[in-house]
Design a binder for this molecule. Structure first.
Ligand code: RB5
Length: 162
């Protein structure tokens, strides 16, 4: 299952990616938004992140205007590895090296055809499972500064949740 969501800035591109997923037989759930009215991208990032963390979805796709806000937000959920990719090399590398589970893109940055190729690359490239990449992915999530409670900690023990 692929969880997919966008804010208003990513809505038009999401429609093209939904078409791509449909045509290629992917099972997906669109968590919104369902029109181009302004919404807050953290609300969409949360829905996709939660579907992955609960095991409902294996991969996610998040689109906002730049892809930046929505990927920053998604990466605050422990266990989420959201990669902002606007080229196929990065989409392949982030699967091979980072085992990224969310692809983020900017609907105001790239066009539909490139976005579809990036999506195809992201969804068809496996994690390499190589020891050095496994070690680095583990360090990212279990190293100092992370409180392990579902949201990244600033490491200062202040309880700010950042
Ligand atoms: C919305 O105008 C825009 O700020 C949002 O889509 C995204 O680009 C934020 O990072």
């Amino acid at each position: 299952m692929i969880a997919i969501g966008s804010d208003h800035g990513g809505f038009a591109l999401k429609q093209e990616i939904l078409e791509f997923l449909k045509q290629n037989g992917y099972e997906y759930q669109d968590v919104g938004s369902y029109d181009d009215k302004a919404v807050d991208y953290p609300d969409i990032a949360k829905k996709v992140a939660e579907m992955i963390l609960s095991g409902e979805a294996e991969r996610g796709i998040l689109i906002c205007g730049t892809g930046i806000g929505i990927s920053i937000t998604a990466n605050r959920y422990a266990g989420i590895r959201a990669a902002l990719c606007h080229d196929c090399f990065s989409a392949e590398a982030t699967r091979l090296h980072n085992d990224a589970n969310i692809l983020a893109m900017g609907g105001r940055v790239i066009g539909g055809e490139l976005a579809k190729k990036i999506t195809h690359t992201f969804l068809t490239t496996p994690f390499s499972e190589e020891t050095r990449h496994l070690r680095r992915v583990e360090k990212t999530f279990f190293g100092e500064g992370f409180n392990g409670s579902g949201i990244v900690s600033c490491g200062q023990g202040c309880g700010c949740g950042r």
